[in-house]
Design a protein around this ligand. Structure first.
Ligand code: ADP
Ligand code: MG
Length: 289
């Protein structure tokens, strides 16, 4: 339904994005807690982003996607999005909380399965996320993991509509999005999300962003060279065979060689005993079994 800013009380800042701020808020009448994502309205790019995000969120209804609870517009033209509050932050904040200590494989297998289910849902709705990375995967103390931040996602209108624009964090961007022409221009847009998933999952194991050395400053040129001209990053020999194979299937530079979300959901790495994977994730969150 319709909401007004005055219906809510700000509790604290949850995160800063590119152009806006995400607050934890309380609905004054009901006491319910939400996240409120706000953007400054003076900038046309961020306006477009928030409207894109609202467009996409309206089309989603899934336990693996952060829930959308409505929009608040102010007289000045500011638009804010009311979202389900995820009380354990993001996979990025979880990594930081553990001083970037690697996650155990069992927990990563459970996370990979969750994100794949989310991508499978989004892709079935013709939505390409285009910005899968640890800070856009939110977690709660129920042990759930959900996909968030649809600011640069795309709703595919035609079946073969290449995504060629430079949006999203370039660090997690697949080779064909950097350089669409040398990849035929007609690649499968959905495969870009699989590349980003591969990098994200690899980061959870290494504890640092896979294409840079720990502490190395990311700049656009270094990253573009690493992504387009380097060998795709891979897991060390110490990781399990299944995990290494899973990463290799995601991080194929040629998008047509990359496994699809459906294929990856049937990969042995993701078939990890679910109870064990869930338990390993709860331990990461320091939750009781
Ligand atoms: P941006 O587009 O600016 O990156 P995000 O939607 O990714 O914005 O939000 C930025 C950060 O705010 C996230 O990484 C997360 O830490 C926090 N955040 C966003 N949405 C929520 C939410 N629903 N619940 C809890 N924290 C959130
Ligand atoms: Mg984000």
């Amino acid at each position: 339904g319709e909401h007004r800013h005055s219906d809510f009380e700000k509790i604290k800042v949850l995160g800063h994005g590119n152009d806006g701020t995400v607050y934890q808020v309380r609905h004054r009448r009901t006491g319910s807690i939400y996240a409120l994502k706000t953007l400054a309205a003076d900038d046309s790019i961020s306006r477009r982003q928030i409207h894109r995000e609202i467009d996409v969120l309206r089309r989603t209804d899934s336990p693996v996607v952060v829930r959308f609870h409505g929009v608040i517009s102010s007289a000045s033209g500011d638009v804010s999005v009311l979202l389900e509050y995820m009380d354990a932050g993001s996979l990025e904040s979880l990594l930081m909380a553990g001083n970037r200590r690697p996650f155990p494989e069992a927990a990563i297998a459970g996370i990979a399965r969750r994100v794949l289910l989310g991508l499978s849902y989004l892709h079935s709705q013709q939505i390409v996320h285009r910005d899968i990375k640890p800070s856009n995967l939110l977690v709660n103390t129920a042990g759930e993991i959900k996909i968030a931040d649809f600011g640069v996602s795309k709703i595919m209108r035609r079946s073969l509509d290449p995504c060629v624009s430079y949006v999203g964090t370039c660090a997690y961007m697949s080779p064909e999005r950097f350089d669409p022409d040398s990849y035929g221009g007609n690649y499968d847009a959905y495969a870009a999300d699989v590349w980003s998933l591969g990098l994200t999952v690899l980061e959870l194991h290494l504890g640092h962003f896979p294409l840079l050395l720990p502490g190395q400053r990311p700049d656009w040129a270094t990253l573009m060279c690493a992504i387009c001209f380097g060998e795709p990053p891979k897991l060390p020999e110490t990781a399990s065979e299944n995990f290494r194979d899973f990463i290799a299937r995601c991080l194929q530079k040629e998008s047509s060689n990359r496994w699809s979300v459906a294929e990856l959901l049937a990969h042995p790495f993701v078939a990890w005993d679910q109870e064990e994977a869930d338990q390993a994730f709860r331990e990461l969150l320091s939750l009781p079994p």
